[in-house]
Every structure is written in C-alpha cells, then in structure tokens.
Design a protein around this ligand. Structure first.
Ligand code: PXG
Length: 297
C-alpha cells in the first residue's frame, strides 16, 4: 500500500509519524472518511470542504489548497489502484513539544490512506439494526463543537462501547438537553406520516455528507424533509427509521431501546432511498484515472 504523507508517497512500512505529533499526543487534528465506487471518489469536493471547515474551527492551517488536497487524494487512489475503497484523510497539528501549546507545532501533517473497504454484514441491510440510546451525550456546541470532525473521537468511542456492552452495533446519542443528536458514526432519520425528519445540526449532529445526499434525494422524489428536534418518544413511534454514513450508506433500524419500530421490518421509503443512493454512487464522483502503463524500452 502506498500512503501519502506531506507530499511524499511512501510504503506502508515507511509511513510513520513522530511520537511528538500533537495528533497523537492530544487528538489535535481533523479527518475525513471518504469512499470510492467504481473508480470514482464519491462527493470528494464536499469532504474536502468539510475538512477545511473542521480545520478552520480549530485554527489549524492546512498547508495545501483545496485543489491540492483533492489531487493528492485522487493520486493516492490511483497509485493503490483503488476502484472501490475507503479513503482516510488526516491532518494533524504536527510535531511539537510535550506541552499543549499548538504554536510549537510548526508544520501540520497531511496523511492520506486509500484502502479496501470493510463492508457491513449484509444482514444489517436485509433485516435492519437494533440500536440503543446510551448514557454518554454528544459534546456541547460550545465545547469541541460536534460539527468538527476532530481526531478526538473519545466521546463517540465511549458511546460505541456502551452500545457494544448492550449487545448492539450502533448507539443513539442524545444532546445535553435530551434531544436526539445522532449516532456514534452515523446520522439518524425517521419517517413519520410521509415526512422525513432528522435532527438539526445545532442538536449536535455532524454535517453528514450522506445525510445531505439523502435529504436531496428525498426532496427530488417529492418527500417533504424537515430538520427538527426529535425525542426518544418520536423515534419509538416512527413509521420508519434509518441511519446514514459514508461507510454504512443507509441502514434500516428496526428496534430502539427494546421498542420495535412499526412492524419491525425495514420501511418502504428507507428501501427506496437505499436504491436511489446506491444508484447515485455508481454514476457520480471524481474519476480516478487508471495508472499509466510503463512504456517498453
Ligand atoms: N456522525 C458522525 C459523528 C460521524 O463521524 C457521520 C455522522 C456520517 O457522516 P458522513 O459524512 O460520512 O455521511 C460520521 C462519519 C467508521 C467511521 O470507521 C465513520 C465515521 C467517522 C469515523 C469513522 O465507521 N462517520
């Protein structure tokens, strides 16, 4: 595997960063998880834009332009001959001292890993997921904003551990006021009386790229969409429920905190959106040009 670090393409063995990098010492940095389908990188521009927004929020200056980051992502995929894959883009504050002071970090590091994708088991999609609400709440908007895709995911990891202890794969996280925010690595939607509802971003949700695509797809086929505060009660009494994310795409949810959602089967709008989403992933995105053939001497 070839990994991009700070302008160099190196082997997995040589892809190393310093133990003094503040990304490691303090989780000081930002990241993106992106997918490639059929030789194209899905929603690349949107991911790069979000990366720069996350960086801006933590006063981290990415030492490249949007266009340079985009072409480095494409080139990393090309060198690894990725057609369908998962791309992890990481920007750390860089090497500093053992103190917190970010001013000691002179050079932020940009890392790009393009790997095969580990798909979720097909039964998640066929039967739908059971999920639970967990005690760990979303970060407050005025602490590390939950809109920042920072390298400090400990809050989400704790929620994920709590879900795993309860014997399920994903967790609903509430915000400090008790409204639904999102899951540990996915946004959440419900269908109620023909409307698609999802928590607003101020409720503590990440500006999910998949979330945005799903909202657009629903509106295109005439389904009204509303970003509104939801309670656990709203989830329990939904007609349909699903979660969205780059890795997961759209996964139906059929049970929440022991309450069966509707008839306990993935809903019809969920299924329809799944199909439309998959179709879109197959036809759009930034092309990864094939590796140039070496000329025979
Ligand atoms: N909420 C959170 C907190 C996320 O981290 C999403 C929602 C979905 O956003 P996108 O843009 O992907 O539609 C995410 C992103 C993983 C993993 O390995 C997944 C995410 C982040 C980090 C790791 O499953 N999802």
């Amino acid at each position: 595997m070839t990994i991009y670090i700070d302008g160099r393409y190196c082997s997995e063995r040589d892809a190393k960063i310093s133990v003094f990098d503040h990304g490691l010492l303090y989780g000081d940095g930002v990241f993106e998880g992106i997918r490639a389908y059929h030789g194209r990188i899905f929603k690349l521009k949107e991911h790069i834009d979000r990366l720069f927004c996350s960086a801006k929020a933590i006063l981290l200056r990415i030492p490249m332009t949007h266009a340079q980051v985009m072409s480095a992502v494409v080139e990393t995929c090309r060198r690894n001959r990725i057609r369908d894959g998962y791309i992890r883009l990481v920007v750390t504050r860089g090497v500093g001292t053992l103190g917190l002071n970010p001013e000691r970090c002179r050079h932020p590091s940009v890392i790009i890993i393009a790997d095969r994708i580990q798909l979720y088991p097909p039964e998640f999609y066929e039967k739908g997921l059971a999920i639970v609400t967990v005690p760990t709440t979303r970060n407050l908007n005025n602490a590390v904003s939950p809109a920042i895709k920072s390298l400090n995911y400990l809050n989400n990891i704790l929620a994920k551990i709590e879900a795993n202890i309860a014997g399920v794969e994903e967790a609903i996280m509430l915000n400090a006021t008790g409204y639904v925010a999102e899951c540990t690595g996915d946004n959440v939607f419900i269908v109620k009386a023909g409307q698609l509802l999802t928590p607003p971003l101020y409720a503590g949700a990440l500006y999910g790229i998949t979330r945005g695509v799903v909202i657009e797809l629903a509106r295109e086929c005439g389904v009204p969409v509303s970003e509104t505060n939801l309670t656990r009660y709203d989830l329990f009494n939904a007609d349909e429920c699903f979660v969205t994310g780059t890795g997961a795409e759209i996964v139906p949810v059929v049970k929440i905190d022991g309450r069966i959602i509707a008839d306990g089967k993935p809903g019809t709008l969920t299924r329809d959106l799944e199909k439309r989403y998959r179709a879109l992933t197959q036809i759009s995105g930034e092309p990864i040009a094939p590796a140039r053939k070496r000329r025979a001497i």
